[in-house]
Design a protein around this ligand. Structure first.
Ligand code: ADP
Length: 477
């Protein structure tokens, strides 16, 4: 594998016209590497390759598919340090967090290597006793996987794992900011024995051009996308003419609710993780901190202490807790959101501004007295800014939490079990953490309600996204 090649049909090749584009290090603004800049012609070759490999991959014994995933998992673990460094260099997160991402991302391959040999069906008698009903599953077919930049490894393995386990061949298009990790991963899959055409990697600076070609090809059967709701809804429209199966992991606006009866130590520790992990750039990141009036002073002062201590710098530096944002646009967005909250009366307890020098850094920030209606509580912050909104009654917290078009993750902090029961029932969310600030797990179904998406990744649910159901009726002999 070299960085400036595409992987199509088992061959590492140049983009048509030999074009490349540069990948940058967000901590310095410097160029890391040139990568192949695919165009529509390359996309056509990739879909041809995925289609050509489909029948043999579907016919491959589940154990063979399982072994490929397992072997790649092992290679990922062996190369954890190199891949963690690559993630930090192209995406910016602190090295320690990249190591955590490698473990988390690798786990999807291990999990789906186990799921590959457990695809089961159903046999029942027709209700009138005249026939037997057989329910079996087949791979949905060639799949197009589009991944974002915030978890360059895990977003790829979370799609590749179930797709390959189910017997689908794929075209994967990583985000233009972070293609290097996917290229490296594809190299590991090859080392593990990947058959030609089962994974095709397209890097490009022109995602719409590639997607137009791939999505317009009637042989494609599935689209799995992780990214913004705006792009996701556009892609769903593009997926409609050929009635593609779609999985969408879109934006979030997670409420982090701290009730008066919460264990403060746990709430503070979890808030740090839910907000500052990945420099705040996760769709599950806590976006709105809804804090009950009676505990708000204590929570705010403890958070103030903790946030003021956070060390900011390049992710490769020792003891750095907060790295750069992905680009300058992300910094400008935070300036706009914080500015709006302050103009409405919020006070800045820590940070509140961009950091000068090279790289796209924003100071870890704590805001108090934020209005629930503020734009910072409506948009996905995607950065190290923690806004506190206060509330009085439990019913008010529920109303505020659900007052968003999104429904991905929610976090609840309370010592009351009956309140936990009520929250499970009343929060409109795909995932929920109770007294915990990080909930992702390969064994769990990741996904959202409303504008946060369709479908689930991970868990026993994840492989279903890549399977179609076939029902057969057998007349009773
Ligand atoms: P983010 O806001 O996290 O950058 P995006 O939704 O813009 O999320 O990007 C997520 C992924 O979608 C990336 O791989 C990006 O290249 C891709 N993408 C962005 N716009 C389009 C588009 N119009 N068609 C297809 N893919 C796109």
């Amino acid at each position: 594998m070299t960085n400036d090649k595409l992987l199509i049909g088992g061959t590492w090749c140049n983009a048509e016209n030999d074009r490349t584009f540069n990948v940058h290090n967000p901590a310095t603004g410097g160029v890391l590497s040139a990568v192949a800049d695919a165009s529509g012609a390359d996309a056509r070759r990739a879909i041809d390759a995925a289609v050509a490999a489909a029948a043999a991959w579907e016919a491959a014994p589940p154990r063979v598919r399982s072994d490929l995933l397992r072997r790649t998992y092992e290679l990922l673990v062996e190369h954890a340090e190199q891949i963690a460094m690559l993630i930090t260099l192209e995406m910016g997160k602190p090295l320690e967090e990249s190591r955590t991402e490698v473990a988390y991302g690798a786990d999807y391959l291990r999990w789906f290597s186990e799921e590959a040999v457990r695809i089961s069906g159903r046999v029942t008698s027709a209700a009138d006793g005249t026939a037997t009903m057989l329910v079996t599953h087949r791979p949905v077919g060639p799949s197009y996987l589009i991944t974002p930049w915030n978890f360059p490894l895990a977003m790829a393995t979370r799609k590749l794992g179930p797709a390959l386990a189910a017997g689908c061949t794929v075209i994967i298009k990583p985000a233009e900011m972070t293609p290097l990790t996917t290229l490296y991963l594809a190299g590991l899959f090859e080392e593990a024995g990947l058959p030609a055409g089962v994974i095709n990697v397209i890097t490009t600076s022109n995602a719409p051009e590639i997607s137009d070609v791939v999505l317009n090809d009637p042989r494609l059967r599935k689209l799995s996308f992780t990214g913004s709701t705006a792009v996701g809804t556009h892609l769903m429209q593009q997926a409609a003419p050929h009635v593609l199966r779609v999985s969408m992991e879109l934006g979030g606006n997670a409420p982090f609710i701290v009730f008066d009866d919460a264990d403060l130590d746990i709430a503070v520790e979890s808030a740090m993780a839910a907000k500052f992990r990945n420099v705040g750039q996760a769709c599950t990141a806590a976006n709105r901190f809804l804090v009950q009036r009676g505990i708000a002073d204590a929570f705010a002062s403890r958070m103030e202490e903790r946030i003021a201590e956070l060390r900011v710098g390049p992710g490769t530096m020792r003891d750095v807790a907060v790295g750069p944002l992905i680009d300058d646009r992300a910094v400008s967005k935070l300036e706009r959101l914080v500015g709006a909250a302050v103009s409405e009366g919020a006070s800045v307890l820590v940070g509140g501004h961009r950091l000068s020098g090279s790289g796209s850094f924003f100071a870890p920030t704590l805001l108090r007295g934020v209005l629930a209606s503020s734009v910072i509580g409506r948009e996905e912050i995607f950065g190290p800014v923690l806004p506190i909104v206060e509330f009085d009654a439990e019913s008010e917290a529920v109303e505020l939490a659900n007052d968003t078009p999104y429904g991905l993750a929610s976090y609840v902090f309370t010592e009351s079990q009956s309140r936990v029961q009520r929250m499970i029932h009343s929060l409109d969310t795909g995932m929920m953490g109770v007294n915990v600030g990080v909930i992702s797990n390969a064994a769990a179904p990741f996904g959202g309600t409303k504008h946060s998406g369709i479908g689930r990744e991970g868990g026993t649910e994840g492989i279903q996204e890549y399977l179609t159901t076939k029902y057969t009726l057998l007349r009773q002999g």
